[in-house]
Design a protein around this ligand. Structure first.
Ligand code: TRP
Length: 364
């Protein structure tokens, strides 16, 4: 048997600029996977059609964020020579596939999807759920399978989506014959990468709470946000013992800090554990820890910012990358759709089999 291609598909909804929570939770990993050279193909999708399922009244918001998200992708180091960056709505095969998959899923099954459940609550959709929104897990299965993805790197919150996708693949293949590729989820590799809290200590970074550090923030803004960051409200005097749990500065350090940062920025300590010990014992002030965090963050953010500056001045390149990427993506999805139509026996005009079969019936 021929060796299976290793293919990645993942993406984001374009509803705002990406922040360092996205970076830690997914973008950083994508760049590593891209540069590992282990994958035959990588598709990174700007999920505008999915964003419209709960923003249909605000197409401008989605439109405005297409190139913004692409800028963020390129600035973190996603490389169009290695990864195909594309826009979901420009691949109409995905909607066709969704329509066929709808036959394979029950309403009750979508209702049980925990992600859908909590999103319905969040959006106060309980009384009346738009059908488009309700079906987005099915559409997400189309995204994944149209590209014959073998690996889908996503956050924990997407686990139920992948599970539902796998069920659809299983169902399709058992009804119509082996056609679709079964995808595997790839979760973030460590706890720190799971979810970065907001700078105010709230569980999640969110634009509406104003507690995000954006990849596009300038050094002044990042400094201000770090210096105002939530720490330990009981740590009033430097000499007070401090708490690490729920202390945003330490959560960020867990996510970003590496041993070599100490040689460069803080030779008094060898590693983060030593800093934590001192902080808990008392005698280590927040400002010192924050300054260190700022150095660590800036080391990661400044190359990202530089690449962003370049692309901000070459937006036409960004535009072309997405346009070409969308063409490449479409060609790939079209191949899958051919297989799907064939498996479903609706490839009427691909050859004259249907004509022959009908003629045979009439000549009996
Ligand atoms: N649902 C994902 C999110 O909210 C975005 C997305 C759409 C996606 N289609 C996908 C992720 C396919 C992985 C695979 O961020």
């Amino acid at each position: 048997m021929e060796k299976q291609e290793k293919v990645i598909l993942t993406g984001d909804r374009p509803t705002g600029r990406l922040h360092i929570g996205h970076y830690v939770g997914s973008l950083r990993r994508r760049v590593e996977l891209q540069n590992s050279g282990e994958y035959d193909k990588i598709f990174i999708m700007i999920a505008d059609a999915q964003a419209l399922t709960d923003n249909f009244e605000h197409p401008e918001k989605v439109r405005q964020n297409i190139l913004e998200v692409a800028l963020d992708y390129l600035s973190v180091g996603l490389d169009p020579a290695k990864s195909t960056l594309f826009v979901q709505s420009q691949v109409p095969e995905l909607t066709e596939l969704t329509f066929y998959y709808m036959n394979l899923v029950t309403v009750a099954r979508v209702q049980r999807n925990p992600t859908v459940k909590s999103e319905i609550q969040m959006r106060n959709f309980e009384a009346s759920i738009p059908v488009g929104f309700f079906c987005y897990p099915i559409s997400q299965a189309s995204d994944i399978t149209a590209f014959r993805a073998t690996v889908v790197p996503v956050g924990e919150d997407q686990e139920p989506m992948l599970e539902q996708c796998r069920e659809i693949v299983h169902k399709f293949n058992s009804v119509y014959g082996e056609t679709l590729t079964m995808p595997e989820i790839m979760l973030p590799s460590n706890k720190a990468a799971m979810r970065l809290p907001g700078t105010d200590g709230k569980a999640k970074m969110s634009k509406s709470l104003g507690n995000c550090i954006y990849l596009a923030d300038d050094p002044q803004t990042v400094k201000q946000k770090v210096m105002n960051m939530y720490t330990d409200p009981l740590h009033l005097k430097v000499s007070d013992p401090g708490h690490i749990e729920g202390n945003t500065v330490f959560t960020y350090l867990d996510a970003f800090c590496r041993p070599e940062h100490f040689e460069r920025f803080w030779t008094e300590y060898k590693n983060l554990d030593e800093v934590k010990e001192h902080y808990q014992r008392g005698g280590l002030g927040d400002v010192k820890v924050k300054k260190f965090l700022l150095n660590v963050l800036e080391e990661e953010l400044s190359p990202i910012r530089e690449r962003r500056h370049y692309y901000e001045k070459h937006l036409d390149e960004v535009y072309d990358i997405l346009k070409k990427g969308s063409e490449v993506a479409r060609a790939r999805a079209a191949e899958t759709l051919e297989d799907v139509r064939h498996a479903m026996r609706i490839d009427y005009f691909a050859n004259d089999d249907m004509l022959k079969e009908t003629e045979a019936r009439y000549s009996e």
